[in-house]
Design a protein around this ligand. Structure first.
Ligand code: FES
Ligand SMILES: [Fe+2]
Length: 336
């Protein structure tokens, strides 16, 4: 039997590959960065760094979203501070240059000269789907709804609109973003890494199913008691996923900060009448801790110089191969 090999170690550690990924993956896909609830009023903003690209999204007066690189054309100052906040006007935090709603310079404060005509912020796209706000740096990529394609229909059955934001946790992890992808895309590790979870669900029956589009898949695991529907996980390339369960859902996404640093973000949403919220969050956080613990060890081992490639389980790890092929297709044409 011909076994499929893993992505070679170099892809998890080489700064040159990370630099290609920044341009060819994270600047060319829709990346989820927040939720409508983060920006309730006109002027509210959310600033984030996506694989080293500083961006912000702001709620406009007509309730639409506008987004720009968070970088001033004068001397690269920030237009808004990081995180969430409220700022009525687009005025640079460094020397106070002011920009209009479209990002065009309207006043170069006390400059003492004429700023070049047409000086402006760099606009990017922000669009939302079911309250999830995504941004895309590349104007040639299709609109979000077209981009998500069949994933939208697949998710129609899940009542995510009924759930209200509850809380968020963030882990700053020491791993390349793809180590977390690899871990997320298989249930093979469940009995070893998640013993408590494996008492509840049939770990060996964990299924990762694609529907013909390698960018997304749906995961299910039956409960051992055979009674209750336990939920479903959905994944969309490169780093967006959710877990819908009775009474609520968790958004699980990971934002690369650098080649070997990734922020893992969980956001919990619940129905008004949901039961056992604290318990659900506690169990989910325990599973996340278990995943991060093993994944950070994997990252260290990948960098130890002892291993180049391994083999993927034909039974459990087929989705990793699809993911690795997407990475190869994006990166390899630019490899030196
Ligand atoms: S860097 Fe923005 S005004 Fe100077
Ligand atoms: Fe896991």
């Amino acid at each position: 039997m011909n076994l499929t090999e893993t992505l070679p170690t170099r892809y998890y550690s080489d700064p040159a590959i990370w630099e290609i990924e920044r341009h060819q993956i994270f600047a060319k896909t829709w990346i989820m960065i927040g939720h409508d609830h983060d920006l309730p009023r006109a002027g509210d903003y959310l600033a984030e760094s996506i694989a080293g690209w500083p961006i912000f999204v702001q709620r406009a007066g007509d309730d639409s979203l506008r987004a720009f690189h968070n970088l001033c054309p004068h001397r690269a100052g920030p237009i808004v501070w990081e995180g969430t906040g409220h700022q009525a006007n687009l005025v640079c935090r460094y020397h106070g240059w002011a920009f209009d709603k479209e990002g065009l310079l309207i006043n170069a404060r006390d400059f003492g000269g004429e700023a070049p005509a047409g000086t402006c912020l760099t606009k990017i796209r922000a669009q939302s789907w079911r309250g999830f706000i995504f941004v895309c740096l590349d104007p040639s990529v299709p609109d979000l709804i077209e981009w998500l394609a069949g994933f939208i229909e697949e998710c129609e059955a899940y009542p995510t609109d009924d759930y209200v934001f509850h809380s968020r946790t963030i882990r700053h992890t020491a791993m390349n973003w793809k180590v977390y992808n690899d871990n997320f895309l298989e249930g093979y590790h469940l009995p070893l890494v998640h013993p408590a979870m494996s008492k509840e669900v049939e770990a060996l029956a964990y299924r990762v199913e694609g529907k013909g589009d390698p960018r997304w898949n749906i995961h299910t695991a039956p409960r051992r008691d055979g009674q209750t529907w336990s939920g479903v996980w959905g994944y969309f390339y490169p780093t967006f996923s959710f877990d819908v369960f009775p009474g609520g859902m968790a958004i699980e996404r990971w934002l690369p900060v650098g080649n070997g640093q990734t922020d893992l973000i969980f956001e919990y949403f619940f129905a008004d009448d949901a039961d056992g919220i604290e318990e659900i969050i506690k169990d989910s956080e325990e599973v996340a801790d278990e995943d991060v613990r093993v994944a950070e060890m994997v990252q260290k081992n990948l960098q130890a110089g002892l291993y180049t490639t391994g083999w993927l389980s034909p039974r459990h790890e087929h989705a990793l191969d699809e993911f690795h092929q997407l990475v190869h297709a994006a990166v390899d044409p630019y490899l030196a």
